[in-house]
Write a protein that binds this ligand. Structure first.
Ligand SMILES: *Cc1c(COP(=O)(O)O)cnc(C)c1O
Length: 368
C-alpha cells in the first residue's frame, strides 16, 4: 500500500455537491471577483477566528504583504521574523522594501524563541512576525510582552494554523493582525489561491481593503496607488463551504498525530511536541531523526511519501545572500534542517496508512 503525503481528491469528493453548487451560483451571479460570496466568507472567518474584521485577499503572501503595507512599513524599516519558515514570510517583508531580521527558533516548538527576540530589536524595528509553524501557535504571551514593551506591532503568520489555539484563543487573533493562506494544501484551502488578514483594528482593515483593490473603496476613486490582490468569488464560496468542516478535519489530523505519537514512542525518532499552552492542528507532522536521509529513502522505497520543511533556512538562501548572514548564525534552525522529516498527514488519512508508515519507521530503527 502506497501512502501519499496529502490527499485532496478524497477530501473534495466527499463535499463535491456542495462545491458544485458554489460554482453554479457564482456562474449565474457572474460576480467573479470579491462580491457577496467573499463578503460572506469574510464575516464567517472573522467570527471563527474571533476578530472584528477579516479582509480576504488572493494569497497568504499578499496577506502578510498588505498587513505590513497597511501599517505603513517600507524602506529603511526592519521587520523581525524566523529563518525556519516558508520563504513567503520574508518575501512579504522585502516586497514592501523593508529588511528581514531573523531570530532563531525554539528547538521544541519550532517557533520563534522569545528569549532571543529582544536582542534583535533595533531603533529601526517596525514589526515582529512570529510564525505559527506546522500548525502550532508561537509563544504569543512572551512575544507580545516584549513587543508591547517596545511599542512594536506583532503580525501573526498563521498561514499553517487555521483553527489552532493558544491558551484558548484562536490563531490569527493575537497582535495587530493575523495572516492566513488558503493554498489548497493548507488546513483550510481554496480550490485555487486565497488568503486573508484578520484584525480587530477597523482602520487597518480599511487600509488593507483599499490596498488590495487599487487604493480604492469606490470604483475609479483612488486614494493612494495600491495593488490588485482581491479574492475571487468562487474561492470565497468554496471557503465558506469548507470552513464548516475545518474543526472536524483538524480533529482528524489530531487523531492521526496521536496515533503516530503512540506508534513511534518506541522508535528512535523524536515526535513533535504539543506545547502545554496550545492546541496543535498538525498542518504537518514533523519528526526528527539522526538518520533522516536514510529514513526518508526507506519510506520512498516503500511507496510512502514524505516532505522536508524546510531544507534551506532563509538566511542561507541565495535569495537572501545580500542580508549578509553567515552559516552558524542560527544554530537551532541549522541543526533542525538536517534532522526533520514530515510524515503523511491529512484529514481522512486511514488508520492503516498511519500504521503502515509507523511500522516502516519502527523497522528501520531496529535495523539502523
Ligand atoms: C503557505 C505559507 C505562506 C504563503 O501563503 P501563499 O498562499 O502560498 O502565498 C506564508 N507563510 C507560511 C508559513 C506558509 O506556510
Amino acid at each position: 500500500m502506497s501512502v501519499p503525503f496529502v490527499d485532496l481528491q478524497s477530501l473534495h469528493s466527499e463535499i463535491k455537491e456542495e462545491l458544485r453548487e458554489v460554482f453554479d451560483r457564482v456562474l449565474s451571479q457572474s460576480t467573479f471577483v470579491l462580491g457577496p460570496e467573499v463578503q460572506k466568507f469574510e464575516q464567517e472567518f472573522a467570527v471563527y477566528v474571533g476578530t472584528a474584521h477579516c479582509v480576504a485577499v488572493n494569497t497568504g503572501t499578499a496577506a502578510i504583504h498588505l498587513a505590513l503595507a497597511g501599517l505603513g512599513i517600507g524602506s529603511d524599516d526592519e521587520v523581525i521574523t524566523v529563518p525556519h519558515t516558508f520563504i513567503a514570510t520574508a518575501e512579504a517583508i522585502t516586497a514592501v522594501g523593508a529588511r528581514p531580521v531573523f531570530v532563531d527558533i525554539d528547538p521544541v516548538s519550532f517557533t520563534m524563541d522569545p528569549a532571543l527576540l529582544e536582542q534583535a530589536i533595533s531603533p529601526k524595528t517596525r514589526a515582529i512576525i512570529p510564525v505559527d509553524l506546522y500548525g502550532q501557535v508561537a509563544d504569543m504571551d512572551a512575544i507580545l510582552k516584549i513587543a508591547n514593551r517596545h511599542g512594536i506591532p506583532v503580525i501573526e503568520d498563521a498561514c499553517q494554523a487555521h483553527g489552532a489555539e493558544y491558551k484558548g484563543r484562536k490563531a490569527g487573533s493575537f497582535g495587530i493582525a493575523g495572516c492566513f493562506s488558503f493554498y489548497p494544501g493548507k488546513n483550510l484551502g481554496a480550490c485555487g489561491e486565497g488568503g486573508a488578514v484578520t484584525t480587530d483594528d477597523a482602520d487597518l482593515a480599511q487600509r488593507i481593503r483599499m490596498w488590495r483593490d487599487h487604493g480604492s473603496l469606490k470604483r475609479y476613486e483612488h486614494i493612494f496607488p495600491g495593488l490588485n490582490m482581491r479574492m475571487e468569488g468562487i474561492q470565497g464560496g468554496i471557503l465558506s463551504v469548507k470552513l464548516k468542516y475545518l474543526d472536524r478535519w483538524n480533529d482528524q489530523r489530531r487523531e492521526a498525530a496521536a496515533f503516530y505519537d503512540k506508534a513511534l514512542a518506541a522508535a528512535n525518532v523524536v515526535t513533535p511536541t504539543e506545547m502545554k499552552y496550545g492546541r496543535h492542528v498538525y498542518h504537518l507532522y514533523v519528526i526528527q531523526s539522526d538518520n533522516r536521509d536514510a529514513l526518508r529513502q526507506q519510506l520512498t522505497d516503500a511507496g510512502i511519501e514524505s516532505g522536508l520543511h524546510y531544507p534551506i533556512p532563509l538566511h542561507l538562501q541565495e535569495a537572501y545572500r545580500s542580508l549578509g548572514y553567515a552559516e552558524g548564525a542560527f544554530p537551532v534552525t541549522e541543526r533542525v534542517k538536517d534532522h526533520i522529516l514530515s510524515l503523511p498527514i491529512y484529514p481522512g488519512i486511514r488508520a492503516e496508512a498511519v500504521q503502515r508508515v509507523a511500522s516502516e519507521l519502527q523497522e528501520s530503527c531496529h535495523v539502523g
